[in-house]
Design a protein around this ligand. Structure first.
Ligand code: HEM
Length: 456
């Protein structure tokens, strides 16, 4: 067991090292600005398990990869998503899969939409969206500076719309991206401050949330209505078909609210994350010219002028390694939380039932016992099989592993390959590699603008 100084927080005994209340108080403004930097500092100072001076719930930062695995995989049933993070997210996603306490039924319904067989049409569709973006950028004057973050968010939303709901969301993309970001902004603001006005109070933030939700509701309603009007039988079942035709053992279908919640969950979980990963990939490649060139050579050797295919994606190990290494350094979902429902022992500390476990892939991915030179961007580590997968959790792990993982990989590899094949990316003069802003996903402060040069 750990040697803990005798301390208690309003009656809750300390069971792991950590900052005292008076020590944490001055850090509060910094925590609100960038909570992840503060978590990093706590890990560096107190080690793989640290306790915050918060009595209810007793709150721990857990960074030991073995112990994180115990929480997410081995004892997953004893650690639930009943946490502030997921309660805040539910303000936007309702009781969709991401936040649900018992996801089994909805996961069973949705799983076929993410079956490997469905990835081939996804890749064809990403290929088309990618070509549209390429054509748009090609029409710009040479050496233009483009808003990469915005372009990735739009294209990722179109991909979700087309692949999961068979709908072209291009026309609505601006509004939906804005609504998602607005909704998530309120979620973050709530998650960062423990005491917030209830959501029915007409504060400016709550009104913003209500507007964002109305936008997302209307998008979901529109999707369902147009699917009901569809004539003829579908060629294959996408997520929307599965949701609309699902039946429980007793023959009941999902309610309109349940369908809305899953649609919004897919929009929220499925586009910001992929957009974040791709944005950071391009930022890292723009600042690593040699690696960018190596990736381009790999892509040139595989891609032809024919349509991009699943088989080709499998022949791009370096592209995939760049994506993995990017998500190691900038995991889009940088925060995972769970509530302990049992007394347990983690990283040699006694954990009481009811405790909040805070885990960050960003920190686990930098654990020096698992990663050499953790701060260095080095995709080769993934090619050389040097990675201990237990310390690589960009998609979580265990029964709540991201349902969209293979979807995200296929989309990201296809898009990155398409873009790198056509353009060279550099930072505009005077612009530096961006700092990160850990919101619901990890975004570059001030967005990401890059100079593109079309390849001849
Ligand atoms: C790079 C892209 C992505 C990243 C990094 C990512 C990350 C994650 C992580 C870390 C979790 C687990 C959260 C936890 O255990 O608390 C998760 C769950 C989830 N993700 Fe993703 N995700 C990505 C793409 C997607 C896509 C494309 C979709 C859908 C279209 C999606 C839908 C979901 C859903 C529904 C869950 C909840 C699954 C469950 O709890 O059963 N994600 N994701």
């Amino acid at each position: 067991m750990l040697d803990i100084p005798k301390r208690s927080y309003l009656g809750t005994p300390a069971t792991a090292p950590g900052p005292s209340g008076p020590r944490m108080l001055p850090a509060f403004a910094g925590i609100r600005r960038n909570p992840l930097n503060y978590l990093h500092h706590i890990w560096r100072t107190y080690g793989d398990i640290a306790q915050f001076p918060i009595p209810r719930p007793p709150s721990y930062l857990l960074t030991d990869p073995q112990a994180v695995r115990r929480v997410l995989v081995d004892r997953a049933r004893d650690y639930t998503k009943d946490t502030l993070q997921y309660r805040a997210l539910a303000l936007v996603t309702g009781q969709g899969l991401l936040v649900s306490q018992d996801p089994r039924e909805h996961r069973r319904i949705l799983q076929p939409a993410f079956h490997p067989d469905r990835l081939a049409p996804l890749v064809r569709q990403v290929d088309q969206s990618g070509e549209h973006l390429v054509a748009h950028w090609q029409r710009l004057p040479s050496h233009s500076v483009v808003d990469v973050e915005h372009a990735m968010a739009t294209i990722a939303l179109e991909t979700v719309g087309q692949a999961l709901f068979g709908q072209n969301l291009t026309a609505d993309a601006e509004r939906l991206v804005a609504a998602t970001l607005d909704g998530l902004e309120v979620v973050i603001a709530r998650a960062r401050v423990p005491i917030t006005p209830p959501s029915w109070m007409p504060t400016p933030r709550n009104r913003k949330l209500a507007r964002a939700n109305a936008e997302l509701d209307s998008a979901a309603g529109q999707l369902v209505r147009s699917r009901r009007l569809r004539v003829g039988s579908p060629e294959s079942s996408d997520a929307l078909d599965l949701l609309m035709h699902a039946r429980s053992d007793s023959g009941e279908g999902l309610t309109t609210a349940e369908i809305r919640d899953e649609i919004v969950t897919m929009i929220v979980a499925g586009h910001e994350t992929v957009a974040s990963a791709l944005t950071w990939c391009l930022a890292l490649l723009a600042s690593n010219a040699d690696m960018q060139q190596r990736v381009r050579e790999e892509v040139d050797g595989v891609l032809s002028d024919q349509q991009l295919s699943m088989a080709q994606l499998g022949q791009l190990p370096l592209v995939r390694a760049v994506i993995d290494e990017t998500m190691r350094l900038y995991p889009p979902a940088w925060l995972i939380t769970r509530k302990a429902t049992i007394d347990d022992e983690l990283a040699q500390a006694r954990i009481p039932a009811g405790a909040l476990m805070i885990m960050s892939p960003y920190l686990v991915h930098r654990h020096p016992e698992y990663w050499s030179q953790p701060e260095t961007f080095d995709p080769d580590r993934f090619l050389l099989g040097q990675v201990d997968r237990i310390a690589f959790i960009p998609f979580g792990a265990g029964p709540r592993l991201c349902i969209g993982r293979d979807f995200a990989y296929a989309e990201a590899v296809a898009l990155l390959a398409t873009l790198i094949r056509q353009f060279e990316f550099t930072f505009p003069t005077g612009m530096q590699f961006p700092a990160f802003d850990p919101g619901v996903t990890m975004r570059p402060v001030g967005g990401l603008k890059l100079r593109i040069v079309q390849r001849s």
